[in-house]
Design a protein around this ligand. Structure first.
Ligand SMILES: [Zn+2]
Length: 417
């Protein structure tokens, strides 16, 4: 898939975001049946998502049944096809929530999905209007039961925040080789808390290179490597995601605040319409705008993650409405110091896109009280840097540079909490 085309389309579609289609329900009744064009399942510990993509908006109903526990979704004015039948074969044995899925034509005009469950769930079923390369999507999110039905994502976050990162470290992760714990002579000083934010995930692949390398995979790998190194330095490190799952931008910010992060580092890979654009960059928030047209373009494409990934409702209103105040002025000054420290280290590794810290209005950098930076490791759209991003060696070098920059910053920072 050519990502850049999608991104351009996303910008045009921005006005249609989150249209949860009550209008299209009415239209669907008399329109020609929806044609199913794709199905996907994103199993994750946080929640499992089922996506059914169709040519037209669909009207649906859902309910749960017990003995055995299952979720039934009826899609009206639709006919089963091979694409939809293929959904059953996409269930993975280790899916935390789904045991199996059955698909059938329940009435001449209604298709029924029966999701057999391993545990009781709090289902969130909603539709998303077309955006980027996606057509109409019916989304079925399965959360553990007991979560706030109005905002299960945030409830999950609050319930699991403290345990979410260190406890969920993958068994396959190896201990860092570079570990030389810092001489934290400052006895009594608590461990700094770092939140790492691998961009994108799940339905949202981020930028995709011409060869199919996906930003979401690259940045998760870099973040995991970074976590190992920072822990070896003696810091407490959490990740906003440690699996291939979509997490809305404001939930990432809220998670960092719940965890009382001292710093927040979002990790991405850049892309541009021209394959010649290249170089590493580090960004901080500028709520009033961007320092350049390219930075503005980048922030827009990154902020569109919620539309691509697809979110019904979630988030922390306080973060969305964060007011510029004295705290934020101090936060922005510290963000700049952190960004400069990380940029200095990354500059030893790769050509810099610009020689200075750049600014734009990134939604994910909007915590008013946490110094926050966004690292663009390299351009996935540039053939040379795509090869770098695909290599384990470069990912480890990036992780090392980010970690060294963070350590230099934290070495002289005054922790506020
Ligand atoms: Zn990104």
């Amino acid at each position: 898939m050519v990502k850049l085309t999608r991104r351009q389309a996303v910008r045009k579609a921005a006005g249609l975001l989150f249209a949860l289609t009550p209008i299209s329900h009415a239209l669907a009744k008399t329109a020609t049946p929806a044609q199913f064009v794709a199905t996907r399942i994103w199993p994750a510990h946080a929640y499992t998502r089922i996506t059914v993509e169709s040519s037209r908006a669909v009207r649906y109903q859902h309910f749960t049944l017990e003995n055995p526990t299952r979720l039934v979704v009826d899609i009206e004015n639709a006919h089963i096809n091979q694409v939809l039948q293929g959904l059953s074969g996409k269930v993975q044995a280790d899916d935390p929530f789904i045991r199996s899925i059955r698909v059938g034509q329940n009435t001449p005009t209604t298709v029924r999905l029966v999701v057999d469950l391993k545990q009781s769930v709090n289902p969130q079923v909603f539709t998303l209007a077309p955006v980027g390369g996606f057509k109409h999507r019916l989304v079925i999110d399965l959360y553990p039961q007991g979560m706030d039905p109005d905002d299960p994502m945030m409830a999950l976050l609050n319930a699991n925040a403290a345990a979410s990162s260190s406890g969920r470290t993958k068994a396959t992760e190896q201990p860092a080789r570079i570990s030389k714990p810092t001489q934290q002579s400052d006895r009594g000083r608590r461990k700094p808390v770092v939140v790492l934010d691998p961009g994108h995930g799940g339905e949202d692949p981020g930028a995709v290179s011409p060869n199919g390398l996906r930003e979401k995979d690259v940045v998760l790998s870099v973040a995991r490597e970074t976590k190992k190194r920072l822990e070896a330095f003696g810091y407490t490190v959490h990740m906003t995601r440690n699996e291939d799952v979509f997490i809305p931008l404001n939930v990432r910010v809220a998670k960092a605040r719940t965890l009382q992060a001292d710093i927040f580092v979002s990790i991405h890979a850049d892309s541009f319409t021209s394959p010649t654009a290249r170089g590493t960059g580090v960004y901080i928030l500028n709520p009033r705008g961007a320092s350049s047209a390219a930075a503005r373009f980048l922030a827009q494409t990154q902020n569109n993650a919620d539309a691509i990934g697809g979110v019904q409702v979630s988030g922390n209103v306080q973060v969305d409405n964060a007011i510029l105040d004295m705290t934020q002025t101090a936060t922005m000054r510290d963000s700049r110091k952190l960004a400069q420290a990380v940029l200095n280290e990354l500059g030893k590794l790769n050509k810099l896109h610009k020689g200075r810290v750049d600014e734009a209005n990134f939604a994910v950098l909007r915590a008013p009280d946490i110094p926050s930076v966004l690292v663009e490791t390299a351009f996935i759209s540039n053939p040379i840097e795509e090869k770098l991003l695909a290599s384990e060696a470069f990912r480890r070098q990036c992780a090392q540079a980010i970690s060294d920059g963070v350590r230099k910053y934290l070495g002289s920072a005054v922790l506020r909490r």
